[in-house]
Ligand binder design. Structure first.
Ligand SMILES: [Zn+2]
Length: 238
């Protein structure tokens, strides 16, 4: 089985890092698709240099999770809305042939995330239409699409994945995105250590989701089909 996470920036996959690591550890394949190389995620580092840094960070983070990486090279903070992105993702889905796709919910606040999530969900269907021609042949409809759960969304998660055994791997992978775990110097002066703050927030959130689902640590998703299908995320090894 093949799990594909489709995100906008290097580090977006961290929201599903425990699930990806668990999936791989259960004998399956995982790929992280990143629409951009995150070239605007810094207050002063030039964009090209930042893209190089974040490309390497993404590769290391994915390696820790056991996932492959595909970069699409859209411009950070300028991911296009609409048909071009969807057509590109149709071909990506056909090339990767996923059984499960995790992406952003189309109602998330940030435009890059929203655009990627909407295009990815639409592409998962459109990829099955043989008369829609792209470089790769048509793929069957992706049976399971999940959106990353967030307290900012009006839709509640319906799928919790127990990541108790993978929370440390999730955090170790997140730590690779070091360029993102620093304090922006346009902020007010503050002596706190942002890296450990972010790590603590991530661990706390996983613990909260664990409490909600009766385990120690969890990640939460919204099934596109509105069903609780957590077990189907982890079929037996084939
Ligand atoms: Zn992002």
């Amino acid at each position: 089985m093949h799990l594909v996470f489709i995100g906008a920036h290097p580090d977006d996959e961290a929201s599903a890092g425990g699930t990806i690591a668990k999936y791989v550890d259960n004998g399956h394949r995982a790929t992280v698709v990143v629409a951009t190389r995150g070239g605007r995620g810094h207050w002063e580092m030039p964009s090209e240099e930042l893209e190089r840094v974040r490309t390497e960070e993404m590769k290391k983070a994915a390696e820790i999770l056991g996932a492959e990486v595909v970069f699409l090279d859209y411009k950070d903070a300028d991911v296009p809305a609409g048909d071009d992105l969807r057509e590109e993702l149709v071909d990506v889905v056909r090339g990767l042939r996923p059984d499960i796709v995790i992406t952003f919910h189309p109602l998330v606040w940030r435009d890059d995330h929203r655009r990627v999530g909407l295009a990815a969900a639409d592409a998962c269907f459109k990829a099955c239409l043989p008369l829609v021609e792209t470089r790769h042949p048509a793929h069957r409809p992706v049976p399971d699409i999940y959106f990353v759960g967030s307290p900012m969304l009006p839709v509640q998660p319906d799928t919790y994945i127990d990541i108790t055994d993978y929370v440390d791997v999730k955090i170790e992978s997140l730590r690779q995105h070091a360029s993102q775990l620093v304090k922006w110097e346009i902020d007010e002066d503050d002596s706190t250590a942002p890296l450990e703050e972010v790590i603590e927030r991530v661990r706390h959130r996983a613990r909260q989701l664990g409490v909600e689902s009766g385990v120690r640590y969890a990640e939460a998703f919204i099934s596109q089909r509105g069903k609780k299908r957590a077990l189907e995320l982890f079929p037996a090894r084939d």
